[in-house]
Write a protein that binds this ligand. Structure first.
Ligand SMILES: [Zn+2]
Length: 330
């Protein structure tokens, strides 16, 4: 980036459950950080109000005036167009339809703002400040309750025609698989996410399979989560180990598809479920190796995301800075 050392950016990572805001400098150093709950059920006006309150707290904490900001970068879940700044729709933000989020932020804070999809922001965070530094062609995936992704080609996010590209979690893996939130069947995230892992465990428990998983979930099948299954697997529970390996298998099938389509030099894997580590990723890499083109598989590197929960907020800030510099250079 061609930046000034005194550039300060406000980054916003809007999630379906949490809002994270931070004041950062051009090197991705966070001067402050504020997080709050997303009042997602109350509609977009309430959410925007919460973002603004969080933003002012972050600014105060960093002792920075709004007027001193170079720009504002907002990462938001769902389908949005970075060119128009409109958030079309988001499964995590019910009732949001065609919200001009960029312009609203710009008007309320009086500074240039930029909007980007949250997973794309996280990909850029890893690109500028994390595991993908120096890579030109890479894919970032985040495996947690769902699966998100960002595709970087020649150093830029690939957005497609309207900015909707990179929805890797919604590629079909099983044409008759479980129904997805998006309306399709057998999407990658219905088979390879934390939600999928927990759903399968509950199903098997209800079928009467012997397992210690329930002991880690206070004896209640509704309390079975990916973390609980991971704990049971670490203690040697055979169902937990089998289900994690099965999830890893599906992670690998999706990776093979991505490798064959994009021939990336690097795939960065983040998200809560990926913290399970080898028990999940070893079968994933094995299956990817069996299914992808050998030449493409041999050239791809896998890396763990480095920025954790900060990847989105840092990436949104970096995106804003890059865009505003690009405008000024034109
Ligand atoms: Zn889907």
């Amino acid at each position: 980036m061609c930046e000034n050392a005194d550039d300060l950016i406000l980054g916003v990572d809007l999630g379906g459950t949490k809002i994270l805001t931070a004041v950062t400098n051009y090197q991705g150093k966070m001067l402050s950080r504020d997080h709050s709950i997303t009042p997602a059920q109350k509609g977009h006006e309430a959410v925007i109000q919460s973002i603004l309150e969080s933003a002012y707290r972050a600014l105060e904490q960093a002792d920075v005036a709004v007027s001193a900001l170079t720009a504002i970068g907002v990462g938001a879940p769902g389908i949005s167009n970075p060119e128009t700044g409109i958030l079309f729709t988001s499964p995590n933000l019910p009732r949001w339809r065609d919200v001009p989020l960029r312009d609203i932020m710009q008007e309320r804070l009086g500074k240039r703002a930029f909007l980007i999809n949250d997973a794309n922001a996280a990909a850029l965070g890893e690109f500028y400040f994390g595991a993908a530094r120096g890579a030109r062609n890479f894919i970032y995936i985040t495996i947690s309750t769902g699966i998100g992704g960002g595709i970087v080609i020649d150093g830029k996010i690939y957005g497609g025609a309207i900015g909707a590209a990179g929805e890797v979690g919604h590629m079909t893996i099983d044409d008759n698989g479980p129904i997805c939130n998006c309306g399709n069947k057998g999407c990658w995230e219905t088979l390879a996410s934390g939600t999928a892992l927990a759903r399968e465990a509950r199903h098997r428990i209800e079928e009467g399979v012997r397992t210690s998983i329930l002991e880690y979930a206070e004896g209640e099948v509704e309390k079975v989560t990916a973390q609980v299954i991971h704990k049971a697997a670490e203690q040697g529970d055979s169902l937990a180990k089998e289900l994690i390996a099965r999830t890893g298998y599906y992670v690998g099938v999706g990776l093979a598809n991505l490798i064959n389509i994009f021939n990336p030099e690097l795939i960065v894997i983040g998200g809560g479920l990926s913290n399970i580590g080898d028990m999940l990723l070893e079968p994933a890499f094995e299956v990817a190796g069996e299914r992808a083109y050998k030449e493409a598989f041999q050239t791809v590197r896998f890396a763990s995301a480095e920025l954790g929960r900060n990847s989105g907020v840092l990436g949104a800030a970096a995106f804003a800075l890059r865009e505003i510099r690009r405008d000024k250079d034109l």
